[in-house]
Write a protein that binds this ligand. Sequence first.
Ligand code: ATP
Ligand code: LTN
Length: 328
Amino acid sequence: MIKKRVFSGIQPTGQIHLGNYLGAVKNWVDSQDEYENIFCVVNSHAITTTQNPKELRKNTYELAAMLLACGIDMKKSNLFIQSEIDEHPALSWILDCNVSMGEMNRMTQFKDKSAKNPKNVNAGLFNYPVLMAADILLYQADGVPVGEDQKQHLELTRNIAERFNRDFGECFKIPEPMIFKSGSRVMGLDDPTSKMSKSAKGANHAIFLLDTPDVISRKIKKATTDSQTSIVFDKNREGLYNLLGIYEIFTHKTKEVIEQEFEGKGYGEFKSALAEVIIESLKPIREEYEKLVSEKGYIEKILQAGATQVRPIAKSTYNRAKELIGLV
Ligand code: ATP
Ligand code: LTN
């Protein structure tokens, strides 16, 4: 039986946090057997916000090590660096010329990111979703596992692909978004009304996968909740709801079982149990990361092999797009 192909990407914009892990990376790892997998460190996307070149190089490499530590298995998946394959920006240009300003103006992530960083609103940030569409369409992906914040970008990708196929001839597979129910929107610990994000500033905003047990306990203790006492899944109590959601994923317990477990208990007990389960779940990842990160040669080899393997797919799609549009 032919497996469906999934493609997904993650930006090397800093350390990865629980939102990236639960919304994306953990799902990539857990479904590796089911699909043909292509995963990409999207460093060209990262330069849409200000980056220090040395840091960017380091973050790119360290993120690759982290993905392997999380369980991306090279026997089952492919991992490569976006900038290694020239067809990404090349296809992106063709797609740029086939998307309207009206469609692009509707992208909410651009609005959010430009409002957060008004000093560097560059054309790349505006075109970011088109480069993302090129990433996905180059590989003829059937599915794209991402967090909920990427839903709008995937709709745009589908629209671009459908229109191109209709106007110029069959070229791209139409990808399905794969947004998992749990973990698809982990909120900031300091502000449960905004999504946990690598680039947010607050010291207690996110739990990073490399945080030490002490730091994790401290951040959970300080997490914003409310003045009520019962530990129940109530969407209106955003802070608690977010923490319970994290507990639910890591423990694999049902909501009912969790509510029973904490009946008559308060925030103190719940937060200790939550910190404990996060610490235990992240421990093997941290240990594996420490081993891998010093093996630079090994990781570089994996990434190079990854790019070599997927390059022919990208070239084939790009050449077809180029021909259909009249550039050859
Ligand atoms: P940045 O803050 O630099 O924009 P980010 O934290 O939003 O970064 P990305 O690298 O853009 O992370 O995203 C990688 C993956 O993680 C994507 O699939 C995205 O949907 C997912 N993701 C990011 N934040 C969250 C979150 N808070 N909850 C669930 N999934 C998330
Ligand atoms: N835009 C995504 C990262 C990303 C991506 C992709 C995800 C770039 N290219 C292709 C899936 C498929 C983000 O900001 N999280």
